[in-house]
Design a protein around this ligand. Structure first.
Ligand code: SF4
Ligand code: SF4
Ligand code: SF4
Length: 177
């Protein structure tokens, strides 16, 4: 099993419903975020293109955050999901420094936090909260090892990219372009 997400940059309207849903679902403290919106403009006027992306931890297959963690708090869980065990985290910040995507933050209670792919919902057979609320249905979540999962199907048929592939982290979030 390999959990992954595909996010359609052509359908995302940047409404931030995913950000609000995540904060509510996961009790993310005010002023912090596990996911965020990036708007990127390319080209020169009048040939401009705008890409809107909902970003979060990429649950990398080769994650420097897991390697750099001295206590084992950062680890791989079900289907490759990268998690932090709060009570094993000493808040040293090595993982924050090593993540090329700035996907982690220091929780005011003294441990490091980030996207969990809503593993508590996934284990119950539900979609991650951000995926469930998206009004344009631009996010697909599932098992890449299952050829019939939504994420496998959309990745097979659509052009896609990952963020900073040169970092060698093998991200498991695919942006449909
Ligand atoms: Fe770790 Fe950052 Fe990759 Fe998430 S995006 S698995 S925090 S290196
Ligand atoms: Fe590990 Fe916590 Fe240090 Fe991050 S801050 S490297 S999770 S002990
Ligand atoms: Fe937040 Fe869950 Fe979406 Fe990750 S998968 S960004 S934890 S709502």
């Amino acid at each position: 099993m390999r959990y992954a997400m595909a996010i359609d940059t052509l359908k995302c309207v940047g409404c931030c419903d995913c950000v609000v849903a995540c904060q509510t679902e996961n009790d993310v403290p005010i002023g912090y975020a596990r996911d965020w919106i990036v708007e990127r403009t390319d080209g020169t006027f009048p040939e401009l293109t705008l890409e809107i992306r909902s970003e979060r931890c990429n649950h990398c297959d080769n994650s420097p955050c897991v390697r750099s963690c001295p206590t084992g708090a950062s680890h791989y869980s079900d289907g490759g999901i990268v998690l932090v065990t709060g009570n094993k985290c000493i808040g040293c910040g090595a993982c924050i420094q090593s993540c090329p995507y700035d996907a982690r933050y220091s929780h005011p209670e003294g441990y490091v936090d980030k996207c969990t792919f809503c593993i508590h919902r996934v284990r119950k057979g539900e979609s991650p909260a951000c995926v469930a609320v998206c009004p344009t249905k631009c996010m697909y979540f599932g098992d890449l090892d299952d050829p019939n999962s939504d994420v496998s199907k959309v990745i097979r048929t659509r052009k896609h990219k990952t963020l900073s592939p040169e970092a060698g982290t093998r991200p498991q979030i695919f942006y449909l372009v």
